[in-house]
Design a binder for this molecule. Structure first.
Ligand code: TXA
Ligand code: MG
Length: 340
């Protein structure tokens, strides 16, 4: 067991976190999307430790975080004009770009690929820390593999207390779902993971953009995919999640008809009073931003209700931010959907 330091976000504590990272150890850090499990991206042993502590599949590469655009040049072998354009529009912010890596990025980060994922977070604490460390930080989401992503200090503590050297408390994540991932290494830029920066926003800047067809589909373990993360089970609480696709009334009827002590609901604010099962609401039906902020916390709450075995989840839109939410929920549900 390691004594996990619980750090605040003042300058003194950021200094402590920076020292820990420089010495090759892991620190849980806040970002605007979800908390990250960070290590020096240029230290292959530190990076290997991320995979070990998280239980992460060794073919699922990590995102490298920077605090200023100028830091990207030594990390990539090419920084094409369309990538520069995206960086100017969306960085700092929840956009991750896949580019050709330079030699200083260890293959432990890219899992043997010749590309690297890079992003500059909006969160000021994260950028202060990166600047202080003066190194790029590799960081996947700070959850045990397969679990819902962490959007608060306590979520990280739950998964990693005693397993990493420190966690930096930056409060709750303002966005709540992971960054949009886009590759600029395909002929036409392609979105590999939807996030709060939508395909529409990106195509306003770049023109034509593709959306990988694995985003909303199940992918077999053996298939070669553009982004290895697509293959794995994600975001799942212990209870089985089933998406119920239909209007509010149909959903409520369906859940109440199937109600028993072992059933729970992941619903919208508008539904909650009409449901006869243990329910968690993740926001108003029409406020996708609030839904995104709450989704992972709600999935973790369901985990704490040990008697809930099946959760019926409701979704609203499948466009823009709705696509990003739906992408998380269908994975949490192992792609089980019931149309009502
Ligand atoms: O918002 C976020 O992106 C958060 C915060 C901490 O920055 N990080 C995050 O990391 O979500 P992670 O490891 O949970 O997800 C990274 C995703 C995975 O799906 C991975 O397969 C993909 O990015 N990825 C990383 N490097 C890649 C590469 N070279 N080519 C294709 N996909 C890559
Ligand atoms: Mg993750």
């Amino acid at each position: 067991m390691i004594n996990t330091l619980k750090l605040k976000s003042n300058d003194n504590d950021i200094d402590i976190a920076a020292r820990i990272l420089k010495s090759g150890k892991l620190v849980g850090i806040p970002t605007e999307t979800v908390y990250g499990l960070a290590a020096n991206a240029l230290d292959k042993d530190a990076v290997a430790n991320i995979f070990k502590v998280k239980g992460r599949a060794v073919d699922n590469p990590l995102i490298v975080h920077i605090s200023n655009i100028s830091e990207i040049y030594k990390l990539v072998s090419k920084f094409p004009a369309n990538a520069q354009k995206l960086a100017n529009y969306f960085w700092p912010g929840p956009l991750t770009m896949i580019l050709k890596k330079s030699n200083i990025i260890p293959y432990e980060v890219s899992c043997g690929l010749d590309t690297v994922a890079i992003r500059m977070p909006l969160n000021v604490i994260a950028r202060k820390l990166i600047k202080k460390v003066n190194l790029p930080l590799a960081a996947p989401s700070a959850n045990l593999s397969g679990k819902p992503s962490p959007t608060s200090f306590l979520h990280v503590l739950n998964d990693f207390d005693g397993k990493i050297d420190a966690i930096l408390d930056g409060g709750d994540c303002t966005i709540g779902i992971e960054s949009t991932v886009i590759t600029l290494e395909s002929k036409i830029p392609k979105i590999l993971r939807p996030g709060s920066i939508t395909p529409e926003q990106i195509s306003d800047v770049l023109g034509k953009v593709e959306i990988d067809d694995c985003i909303l589909r199940k992918v077999s373990k053996n298939r070669i995919v553009s982004s290895p993360g697509m293959k794995y089970k994600h975001y799942a609480p212990k209870a089985k999640v089933i998406i119920v696709n239909g209007s509010s009334n149909k959903y409520i009827d369906f859940v109440n008809l199937n109600a028993n002590d072992e059933v729970g609901a992941l619903c919208f604010d508008e539904d909650i009073d009409k449901l006869k099962v243990k329910s968690v609401s993740y926001g108003p039906e029409n406020d996708l931003n609030v839904q995104a902020q709450n989704l992972f916390n709600c999935l973790r709450k369901i985990d704490n209700e040990n008697d809930i075995l099946i959760v019926y989840a409701r979704i609203s839109s499948k466009d823009g931010m709705g696509m990003a939410l739906y992408n998380r929920l269908i994975r949490a549900a192992g792609f089980e959907i019931i149309d009502v």
